[in-house]
Design a protein. Structure first.
Length: 64
């Protein structure tokens, strides 16, 4: 059997949590922060992947 390769774009965006779920960082929080509201900057948390999408995206990153 050939080796399973991870999707290059997905492995840069997804990570596994301690419990084994997939998480990703939210966008638009790196630069130009002066003009963004406090609320936008406060939502700077990682977001958990929805369970309906988790199986499909877990196949893209089998080695993470």
């Amino acid at each position: 059997m050939p080796k399973l390769k991870s999707h290059s774009g997905a492995k840069k965006r997804l990570r596994r949590t301690g419990s084994g779920k997939l998480a990703f960082n939210r966008n638009s929080r790196n630069h130009l922060l002066l003009q963004k509201s406090k609320r936008q900057k406060r939502l700077n948390r990682t977001k958990m992947l929805h369970p309906t999408n988790e199986r499909a995206l877990a196949l893209l990153v089998p080695n993470i």
